[in-house]
Write a protein that binds this ligand. Structure first.
Ligand code: PLP
Length: 405
């Protein structure tokens, strides 16, 4: 029998074709090797698998359901739209899928502390939650600018017992937070472990985080059969680093007849600085320790990026997405700010589900695709998170539409 895609990718050095790998300072080689070996051991250990199953079922709220978006489907016309409800995870997004597993790994390695960076604070909140549950210390690095902007998530992290360390150099946002977190980790590799928040970073993180998120796709494949007694025709998910997308893709990647769409944010326009559509406008390059397709400025440095969804404005993308796009297995869908906000309100008013602005990009794309497909076709959307965190921003910037129709 042929091996499944997930068993063969990435290769032993963490490459998906030419993308991925590990480009790190010598001082980090040993600790990353330690993480890689621990994961190789753990992934086949029945105790690890049982521990993860237990927390997912009894704490996190899995399996999350698939909902048929009947009213949205009628509104759009054409293909039926289904939603995989990652918004119903504890803490409101898919991120806990990998954070719980990363913290179990940290415990297995005898570490006392988890360290990470966060942009909008979503990864920081999920990691602080997992650390609280498993009794580890948690240190989250965050740009000073983001600390001011994302006040509620900063408070959440502190209430959950995490220490929030401000990154005060440069632009004081995500990139500086990554630098600052790496420095803290370098100084304490003995007692601490770095926990990356998406399918990015040096090997083994893109593989590990994908494997931890693959539960989304494995559940979805079975649940979709309950609804339709067949596979979906299209699977779509928003892509920042790409972890919720790789999670749902994992369930369908060997089913060649299922079209996979990673949806990128087109923001306010197609000029550099107006969007963060890395796969669409980027070129090959190394950033944050891995080779992928990234947006560069004229000097070849990471370009400034923008999206209304603060969890998806990243100038590079997980290496596996670069590989799947180049190999033709996945396609790229696009959704801009206005389309995402329209999807945010439509899903709220037609289905009673307030989506995260990130997730609204995948919904917005599905709303554009559905009318071009016949009524017997189906689109499965990864609804990566709930939108409570975004309500003040949306209401202050985009008035509530008067009528749904
Ligand atoms: C963080 C986040 C994302 C983006 O992360 P990916 O790794 O691209 O999945 C998407 N949606 C929500 C709700 C998030 O919190």
């Amino acid at each position: 029998m042929n091996k499944s895609y997930l068993e063969t990718m990435p290769d032993i050095n963490g490459f998906f074709g030419k993308f991925g790998g590990s480009f790190i300072p010598p001082a980090l080689e040993k600790p990353f090797e330690e993480i890689k070996q621990a994961y190789e051991e753990l992934k086949n250990s029945s105790k690890f698998i049982e521990d993860l199953k237990y927390v997912r079922k009894h704490y996190q709220g899995r399996p999350t359901p698939i909902s048929f978006a009947k009213n949205l489907t009628n509104f759009c016309g054409g293909a039926k739209i289904y939603l995989k409800r990652e918004d119903l995870n504890h803490t409101g997004a898919h991120k806990l899928n990998h954070c719980m597993a990363e913290v179990i790994l940290a415990k297995h390695l005898g570490k006392k502390k988890v360290i990470a960076e966060t942009g909008a604070g979503q990864h920081g909140v999920a990691l602080a939650t997992a650390a609280a549950y498993f009794g580890l210390e948690c240190e989250i690095h965050m740009g000073e600018v983001d600390i001011k902007k994302e006040h509620p998530n900063v408070v959440r992290m502190r209430i959950l017992g995490a220490k929030v360390v401000p990154a005060t150099h440069g632009l004081k946002t995500l990139k500086e937070a990554v630098d600052s977190a790496f420095e803290a980790y370098l100084a304490n590799t003995q007692n601490a472990i770095y926990c990356i928040g998406s399918v990015v970073g040096p090997h083994p993180f893109p593989m590990m985080v994908r494997d931890f998120q693959s539960i989304i796709g494995f559940e979805a494949r079975e649940q979709f059969f309950e609804h339709e007694a067949k596979l979906p025709d299209v699977v779509a998910a928003c892509v920042g680093g790409g972890s919720n997308a790789m999670g749902i893709f994992s369930g369908f990647i060997d089913d060649k007849e299922v079209e996979l769409y990673g949806v990128e944010p087109m923001g306010k326009g197609n000029k550099i600085g107006e969007h963060s559509a890395s796969l669409t406008y980027g070129e090959e390059g190394v950033m944050h320790g891995f080779n992928s397709i990234m947006l560069k400025d004229i000097d070849g440095n990471p370009a400034p990026v923008y999206s209304i969804g603060s969890g998806i404005d990243y100038p590079s993308v997980g290496p596996e997405h670069a590989y799947l796009k180049e190999s033709g297995r996945s396609k790229v869908g696009l959704c801009n700010d206005d389309e995402a906000v329209d999807a945010f309100y439509k899903l709220s008013q037609l289905e009673g589900i307030i989506p995260a602005l990130e997730s609204a990009h995948a919904v917005g794309f599905a709303m554009k695709l559905a009318p071009s497909l016949s009524k017997d076709k189906t689109i499965l959307v990864s609804l990566s998170g709930r939108g409570d965190k975004d309500i003040d921003f949306v209401i202050n910037n985009y008035p509530i539409p008067n009528s749904k129709f």
